[in-house]
Ligand binder design. Structure first.
Ligand code: UTP
Length: 304
């Protein structure tokens, strides 16, 4: 284990956004999945906000064909801003889209060959330092953001960390699953040692019902492993397989996320997130609640 080595800060985050988003077609034919809005912010904005809360400075987007809207979203929209100002409208609403010059880097994944391959495509920008990964279609909402919770734990134990969640056992086959070890004594309560990782196991082979959710802090050595990685489940270069190879040579922990996770890569998860976040918004909660009750009441009436 390398816990004796100095703990380097997490300054960089990779956002793999080059996937095809096939589960949302035709909506995602010309618009990136990561630009679909939950209430009034695109998915990518939630992930970037979470990264900034955790103190991350440099944002690395792994993009592909048809994904330029994501980069545009974080650019200065001169005409829009000039017009809004001319009409006396506040520009505060655009504040979250402003990135310090030089802090947004894009690299291209020419062919979507899997998450592991997308991360490998960012290797030159990652360099030789630990980095975070955000899957923007997994929306993590907590009082303290998921990555902030992870960075706090990382500052204690260093090494590699993944965020995990408990799911019903019959659902494990859609996810990466951990083989949990001990809870390290005297450290953050949410930490569990990771002894193994399996991507999309059969229910009977799954080592637990703790699934890997879309946030990671990894040491740069994972890139060397990805460089020689064979294709895994689904014919894709799997990040889980590369991470599994780090176990044993480097510290590897899971952090149980305190908060709610919405799988916005699936249609029902997307609708759930929209409703849940709208019900939390002071400016619209009452109206949305009344609307939901009305809809549920009327659908109950119809089916009765
Ligand atoms: P997903 O598998 O959920 O996204 O990958 P997808 O492939 O876009 O969606 P479906 O299954 O076809 O509907 C999780 C994240 O990893 C990125 C995706 O953009 C998404 O943010 N990804 C996935 C890449 O950047 N490259 C890939 O080769 C695969």
């Amino acid at each position: 284990m390398n816990t004796a080595q100095p703990i380097k800060p997490i300054r960089k985050a990779v956002f793999p956004v080059a996937g095809l988003g096939t589960r949302f077609l035709p909506a995602t034919k010309a618009i990136p999945k990561e630009m679909l809005p939950i209430v009034d912010r695109p998915l990518i904005q939630y992930a970037v906000d979470e990264a900034r809360e955790a103190g991350i400075e440099q944002l690395i987007f792994v993009t592909g064909r048809g994904k330029t809207a994501i980069v545009e979203h974080f650019d200065t929209a001169f005409e829009l801003e000039a017009t809004m100002e001319g009409r006396g409208k506040s520009l505060d609403v655009l504040e979250p889209t402003r990135i310090k010059p030089g802090n947004l880097v894009t690299v291209r994944q020419q062919v979507p060959m899997g998450l592991g391959h997308a991360i490998w495509c960012a290797r030159a920008v990652i360099g030789n330092e630990p980095f975070a990964i955000f899957l923007p279609d997994e929306l993590m909402i907590g009082k303290k953001g998921c990555m902030k919770q992870m960075v706090d734990a990382y500052n204690q134990v260093g090494g590699n960390l993944i965020s995990v969640l408990e799911v019903p056992r019959e659902d494990v086959s859609s996810y990466g699953v951990i083989a949990p070890g001990n809870k390290p004594e005297g450290f953050n309560e949410a930490l569990t040692e990771v002894k193994g990782l399996v991507e999309k196991p059969k229910v009977e082979d799954a080592p637990s019902n703790l699934i890997v959710s879309g946030r990671y802090i990894l040491q740069p050595e994972v890139i060397d492993i990805l460089s020689t990685q064979e294709k895994g489940a689904g014919g894709e270069i799997q990040l889980t397989d590369a991470m599994a190879k780090l176990i044993g040579s480097q510290a590897f922990h899971a952090v149980t996320f305190e908060g709610n996770r919405y799988d916005c890569g699936s249609k029902t998860g997307f609708v759930e997130a929209t409703l849940a976040l709208a019900l939390e918004r002071p400016d619209m909660a009452d109206e949305v609640r009344a609307m939901a009750e009305r809809l549920l009441g009327s659908s109950g009436h119809k089916s009765a």
